[in-house]
Ligand binder design. Sequence first.
Ligand SMILES: Cc1cc2nc3c(=O)[nH]c(=O)nc-3n(C[C@H](O)[C@H](O)[C@H](O)COP(=O)(O)OP(=O)(O)OC[C@H]3O[C@@H](n4cnc5c(N)ncnc54)[C@H](O)[C@@H]3O)c2cc1C
Length: 385
Amino acid sequence: MKDSDFLIIGGGCSGISLAVEIVAAGLENRGITILESHNHLFQSNKTWCFWNTQPHRFQSSISKRWKKWTIVHSGEIIRCSSNQYDYCHISSSRYIESAMKRLSSRAQVKIFSATRVEQIVEHQDHVIVSTNQGDFRGRYVFDSRPSFSLPDQEILTQQFMGHFLEFDGDCVEADSVTLMDFSDFDQSLVSFIYELPFDSRNTLVEATFFAKHHLDKKIFETAIEKAVRKRYGEANYRITSTEYGIIPMSADYAISQENKKRVLNIGLRAGMARSSTGYAFLNIQRSSAEIVNQLRNGSTELNPPTILSPTLKFLDRVFLDRLCQEPQWFAAAVTRLFKQVPTDSMVRFLSGSPNSSDIASVVGAMPNKTALLLGAFSHAGADIA
Ligand SMILES: Cc1cc2nc3c(=O)[nH]c(=O)nc-3n(C[C@H](O)[C@H](O)[C@H](O)COP(=O)(O)OP(=O)(O)OC[C@H]3O[C@@H](n4cnc5c(N)ncnc54)[C@H](O)[C@@H]3O)c2cc1C
């Protein structure tokens, strides 16, 4: 049986981030083992975008930054820009390259690919993890296996597909991101186009839908094709790669930590995707740092990191409840927020680190603000506690 202090299940974003954080804290001597079911880490290309509102360990992997972004709704273009915060992009290939530089030189870090975890049994002072390659023993286990699947669960999800396009000529304006273009908004299903322009020839055009049931990929293809033709006319392009994902828009899919002392869920499994936005990258970095603090302090019982304040959870819940009841309300509400709330406040709010005046600005731009203010302030006490 193979032994190590830290057993990490899943070599994806949260598993690798945690391993990097443990090494940065100098705790790797105790042994880190990563168990990944695929043959290679990050087989498919993924992009992670976020606003740089906080320091993290992958700063040098950022491949592109934008200072401007737009929202498009009902013929109106809301242009936002910030001198303080950039919208940043990291590709999974840059991410894994940077992580491997830090992990592969350490003899105490072992990565097992093609190793599918089948069972976890917690004992008094250790945990046994059974896989198709045999058993592993750890003092602590961090589990990032996906926790939900469609269509078994009736959960509102954000489903998206994006094509990376390469044009023959210089036709892409690369200085501004389209965060949400609701121009072809469907009344029954929330949908928008997201565009991440990398340079004058390369861009990512992505279609996003919010739905409770699994959507056919044809819907995404059609929406992307329409958006590309609208933006770039008959310009010639090739699809160089495609990304696809489903992210739950609810904290309820997260697996409960009850009665576990040495096994901690991480990543999406632990509810790290912000339910109202789907952004998870910064939450994963924050929670990795918080977990390592617990390990450094010698905790014998691991506690789930607290990432989102009760006020933000309350506001997200209100937002999602309304979205479920009235999908057509979403585009107008989001547009109003980007129009009325100062850009830096909006960025901190979306990134999960608003101050009280940011929250007041966001609530002030929403309909039913009195009820929201009362609710938000009743939760603010819990934020401070
Ligand atoms: C296409 C896409 C784009 C995204 N873009 C953004 C973005 O721009 N910004 C942002 O903030 N968030 C984004 N997200 C959300 C989030 O950041 C990512 O989903 C992130 O990868 C979640 O990390 P994770 O570790 O929870 O899951 P993953 O990165 O998926 O890692 C889980 C790992 O566990 C492995 N595994 C599964 N089962 C087993 C098993 N039984 N045994 C061993 N290993 C197993 C999987 O193979 C996988 O490698 C995006 C998500 C997707 C899908």
